[in-house]
Design a protein around this ligand. Sequence first.
Ligand code: ATP
Ligand code: MG
Length: 657
Amino acid sequence: MARVFKLTDTAPQTGDYQLDYEALLNKQQLEAVKTFSGPVLCIAGAGSGKTRTLIYRVARMIESGIAPESILLLTFTRKAARNMLNRVAALVGEEGRRVSGGTYHSFASITLRQYGHYLGLPANFSIIDESDCADIINLIRADLGLNKKETRFPQKKTLLDIFSKSVNREQTIEEIIESDYSHFSEHSKDIVVILERFRSYKKDNYLVDYDDLLVFLLRLLQESEEARARINQRFKYIMADEYQDTNGLQARITMLLGGNKKNIMVVGDDSQSIYSFRGARVRNIIEFPQQFDDCQIIKLERNYRSTSRILEAANSLMQHADEGFKKHLFTRREEGEKPAVVCCQDDQEQAMFVAARILELREQGVSLNDMAVLFRSSFHAYQLELELKRRNIPYVKWGGFKFLESGHLKDIIAHMRVVQNPYDQVSWLRILLLLEGIGTQTATEIFRKIKESDNPFELNEIKARPRAKEGLKRLSETLKNAAQLINEKPSRLLDLFAEYYFPILKKRFDDYPKRMKDIDALAMICQRFGDLSEFLSEIALEPPKDSSDNNMIVDSDDDEQLILSTIHSAKGLEWHSVFIIHALEGRFPSFNAFKSEEQLEEERRLMYVAMTRACENLAISYPGTMWDPVSGALLAKPSRFIDESGNDNLETWHISR
Ligand code: ATP
Ligand code: MG
């Protein structure tokens, strides 16, 4: 007779804990940590210990004998997941690493490998990244003959963005085009055809992209009772951090993972919801309790992170928000210094201030790792990046690319390099390849002729395909004009090339307005240089290797570096000292947000996220005036969020030279 071997659900609680939870947590946190079963919502302001509560809850579960594998901890980024599991392991030992944890996407990929066959998905499916997707879309587009359209047709990356938004926001392709890409509305039908082809291509080749991971996991849980039962059997305790930024798919996945037992704990802060543009729905957290009869709601009101001055300013800001869950945080931490508001003359002075203040703090013993500079958009940090390079302050940048590594700026700089050195092969090839009808081989041949010529900018005699002739002529004229300006200020050259390059930029990139801003930022930086070679060597992409100059101000360990981050990528983290730069109307809040009240609300929440990252010091700065090329406006008004933080809560700093 076969024996039925019954696995017990949970080990008995021993009551003997190594960790002193009562001392390490406050009353509300402890309550959340001790409640293992049923739905729990912890909705609370920044720095109130939500993430800490999750970590200690996992630790206590493990100490109580619950199998780590049966706990699932979902987080927003890989960085956050790794960090939390490390902290659990530090508390309860290596066992903590056996907790199942990760992002919704990584969890989906593991689960689909195991159970995807219930959906007809083979276990050996391949996950493709964005660039693979873009290549496939490109093939399909060419196959359909859509790349040769008379009117402008969206590029592969744009198509991909439309598809992805449609999945994550659960809207139709038409709706996404209407709201985000109305200039492509005439192509809606063709775009839908491409999407259909793209889907069948992936299906036929067993390919799964990032968005499919969520879609398929949800389908698996909804459509296969057997798969769902097995998954529910495996994961008995579900926890999710930063729940305010989940989208509709993720919320439904979370519910289904909870199974019948509904041991789900979600934590988050509706005031920190900052991903609606990607489909996040703050109502997922607000309406969480309504889906159960017995949801326990835990509110945390004590902030452990920031000094009271910082907290008061952040609280005051959120008084202006049109919020769901009203909360007012308090702290028992010391009063501290008032957050500084620093009006600088311009972008450059702001960069100088931040760099100088960072060095001052470092002198006082604050490590670079404990400081962060936060900004609304990646390009706001460009000037600062140059200043940091100049002063040899090591930094890492999160979210967004490093300024001078972007292709369009390299293009502009290559033109300037050619003027400085007409026999610079790398730069020549780069600028020739930008022209229509010129491939690598032709470009190499052209360069050979240029090298032999006494008049390198004379390109009209060069034999080329008719299609390339026009481009070569324009380039030749521009270079000849540029040669006249070689002894003038380099900004004049840059203006000339920016004008020349604009049609190329427009053709190559759908997001050219954004890239134009970069070029404008570069032009602004360029203005302070007196001559071309000085400018080019300052921004050289490869810093000189045999640097014998000893202006090494910061004598740092290799792993000591300042963090530059977009606010979006700084979520959940904290630093001793935080700088928020470009707090200027038009930049933060950004121009795009002026269109709707909802978007302005999201900008305010972003500012709240930024301010509440600071433990001890907070400085909010802005350049007094600044030209914005896209809107064609002069920005000169400090961010409304400064006012909203309350003048009494802030201290104004003036820069003297
Ligand atoms: P955010 O909303 O920014 O994600 P959070 O609510 O997740 O913040 P945590 O990051 O968990 O907050 O905690 C903020 C800081 O306060 C951390 O340094 C944490 O260790 C500390 N902290 C939280 N609760 C306590 C406590 N009871 N005793 C001591 N320190 C605490
Ligand atoms: Mg947190």
